[in-house]
Design a binder for this molecule. Sequence first.
Ligand code: FMN
Ligand code: PLP
Length: 216
Amino acid sequence: MRVGYGHQGIAGPSEESDLDAEQLKDGWLPLMRRWLEDAVEAGIPEPNAMTLGTVDEHGHPCTRTVLCKGLSPAGVLFFTNYESDKGRQLAAVPYASVTFTWVPIAKQITVRGPAERVSAEVTDEYWHSRPRGSRLGAWASEQSRPIRSRAELDAALLHVAERFGVDVDIPVRPNWGGILIRPEVVEFWQGRANRMHNRIRTSRHGDRWTVERLQP
Ligand SMILES: Cc1cc2nc3c(=O)[nH]c(=O)nc-3n(C[C@H](O)[C@H](O)[C@H](O)COP(=O)(O)O)c2cc1C
Ligand SMILES: Cc1ncc(COP(=O)(O)O)c(C=O)c1O
């Protein structure tokens, strides 16, 4: 199938300069922050959404979308149920790949590296920033497990809402929390005409980082 990309589309804004290694002179983080801001400014819905890849017990890849909730020199942070499929997979094989895809601005970033659970304090702080309804939802859902019907799911939410009442703080659900991906490889991709895209990859070797250009 061929999709018409239209006038600009995947070729990207023509006035933008070519991505090059120089833009990574201060490391992956400032450039990643800038691109995320570009995605926000472009009005892309859920600009912090990223596709998270993990492997299952057969070594098969599994992907789904999660929201990036923190970027720091330590890495890329998201929150989930540790007993979900992804949570179990990361407990068994603590390595992840995440990709941000921003088609309207012709940019993509992939980050790969070891994944670890964050401290209870970090989870607690984020949990309490979430709307009450989302906190109740996290309590109501045994994420990734089958359920017979929508009605049962709605009943589970009602049940936790009644259990906690209206005035009570909703504590962090056990086995819910943050996962930090510590970047080992970060690739920046900028769409260009004729599929001659710019790709710059930075990789960590101990505490040293190398930067190289890849063919599109
Ligand atoms: C835009 C978007 C953002 C999402 N963000 C999260 C998230 O941050 N954490 C999460 O657990 N699930 C999130 N989900 C749901 C996941 O994609 C997924 O369905 C769920 O986590 C179960 O995945 P698993 O069974 O592979 O563990 C999001 C879905 C979408 C479409
Ligand atoms: C099940 C689930 N958990 C967590 C999140 C993360 O976002 P938030 O903490 O803003 O709800 C999402 C976002 O869509 C989600 O669907």
